[in-house]
Design a protein around this ligand. Structure first.
Ligand SMILES: [Zn+2]
Length: 473
């Protein structure tokens, strides 16, 4: 069995995206033409190879303005779409034949004609096909299909990033697409251009996957990264609830250990000043080594990693697509965190969470959608107004609802996917302006609702998600 994997582009240069979009648009014309000419009975007996040779022979394909390999693959893909469309109709026709034809010999004859795409030879079958096979039309204008041998992948020396070299409109000038993955896609690629990003869809054999592979869920879930728990999702479920306790224990242990080591170090230094070099050397060798320290650190970090990875697996049990904040963007300030253990651990945890989301969704065949998280922890999911954080509560000053802050953030993150105005790169300031403009517009447009709310004293009929309680009670 084959399963589809998706690799996503990472910080793709807009110029490259526009170039790919233009190529996909031209290939969309190839698809439309194929559907137009071969989407009905005329194409039924034809193989894509025959159509291809015919187009090559009469120079028909040159007017599309795309390289030969690109239109050939697109033609093949469109013919396969048409065949799938035709096969779907055949299922219904076969059912009708089975119902209406009692004679087994006659039934078998009709089934064979259908299978061989020769239904036109029988008037009854032709009639059924005409009834059940609706003429299709191309709606695909954002895809580029690239055959395995036409695309190259480059992995950077540190093994941290993979680049795709996609053939462009100009010969020998491939478009380099950076991917947010460490696993190079293989086989024929279907590149889908969506919202400034390239999705590279490819097939892998399920047999090649580790046997522990669990399938992912089928929903779209937003997540918010926390400290007391690894993740809170848009259903309000918490995952990795021991994370906070583990981190606190680790932080306390590190502080205590560092305090003791500092004390021992000063004893050793004093001994050295007194010329008691034997004692100084003994302390250094027996009490200030790295081996035990590193072993303990590795063990504790492994516990934390397990907690986070288990949490991500729990989210993927229900998610086909996980929408999350891009946790890798704020790593620049990592070194400035200095000796503050809590903050250093928090930064490290964030990295592990990003890694777990990326790897686990890749392994289990779900999509990871990264969105702009500006103000997601402050906006009220009910009215869109910016609320006030109070510990783990978010109090909306506009509509009075109190939310569990992480839950509200997860809902907001989920809604950022597909937000027409706020993209991954919209600035923090601009996001605030957009959010404020939306709530202002809402207020102007719905004056009656606002006043009625004031009259009936906070009665609510709309409860889109279960907030903890409303503030005006
Ligand atoms: Zn509100």
């Amino acid at each position: 069995m084959k399963v589809t994997r998706i690799a996503y582009s990472a910080r793709l240069n807009p110029g490259k995206y526009v170039a790919l979009l233009e190529q996909a648009r031209r290939l969309g014309r190839v698809r439309s033409e194929v559907w137009q000419r071969f989407g009905s009975v005329a194409g039924a007996g034809l193989r894509d190879r025959q159509v291809r040779d015919q187009w090559l022979a009469d120079g028909d394909a040159r007017r599309f303005g795309v390289p030969a390999n690109a239109w050939k693959e697109t033609l093949r893909d469109a013919m396969a779409d048409i065949a799938a469309n035709r096969e779907a109709a055949k299922v219904q026709v076969r059912r009708a034949v089975a119902r209406r034809t009692a004679d087994p010999v006659d039934r078998k004859r009709l089934f064979s004609l259908l299978k061989a795409d020769r239904w036109a030879e029988d008037p009854y079958l032709s009639r059924l096909m005409r009834r059940h096979w609706r003429r299709g039309k191309n709606h695909t204008r954002d895809q580029i299909v690239v055959r395995a041998d036409k695309v190259r992948t480059h992995t950077l020396a540190d093994g941290r990033k993979v680049w795709l070299a996609v053939p462009g409109l100009e010969p020998r000038k491939p478009i380099m697409v950076p991917l947010s993955t460490t696993i190079a896609p293989s086989g024929t690629l279907r590149l889908i251009l969506r919202g400034g990003r390239v999705e590279a869809h490819y097939q892998v054999d399920a047999a090649d996957l580790p046997s522990s592979q669990r399938p992912c869920g089928d929903r779209e879930i937003g997540v918010d990264k926390g400290y007391t728990e690894a993740l809170t999702d848009s259903d309000g479920d918490r995952h990795g609830i021991n994370l906070g306790a583990l981190l606190t224990a680790e932080s306390d242990r590190l502080k205590e250990r560092n305090r003791r080591r500092a004390k021992l170090r000063s004893i050793a230094n004093n001994a050295a000043l007194r010329a008691d070099h034997a004692k100084a050397a003994r302390i250094k060798a027996n009490n200030l080594g790295n081996r035990k320290r590193d072993r303990q650190a590795a063990r504790h970090r492994a516990q934390i990693r397990t907690e986070i990875f288990t949490a991500v697996h729990a989210v993927l049990d229900k998610a086909k697509a996980v929408v999350a904040e891009d946790l890798t963007t704020t790593f620049a300030g990592r070194r400035k965190l200095g000796k503050n253990m809590n903050r250093r651990l928090a930064a490290w945890t964030k990295g592990v969470t990003a890694e777990a989301l990326r790897n686990v969704s890749e392994r289990r065949g779900s999509a990871l959608v990264l969105v702009n998280a500006a103000y997601t922890s402050q906006a009220c999911p009910r009215c869109g107004g910016l609320g006030r954080r109070d510990g783990d509560r978010l109090h909306c000053t506009r509509c009075g609802v109190v939310w569990q802050a992480d839950h509200a953030a997860a809902i907001n993150v989920l809604r950022r996917h597909g937000d027409p105005d706020i993209t991954l790169h919209t600035t923090h300031k601009r996001v605030k302006e957009i959010l404020q403009a939306r709530t202002d517009r809402h207020r102007i447009r719905l004056p009656i609702q606002d006043s009625s709310r004031a009259i009936n004293g906070g009665e609510r009929t709309i409860r889109p998600h279960s907030p903890l309680h409303t503030g005006e009670q």
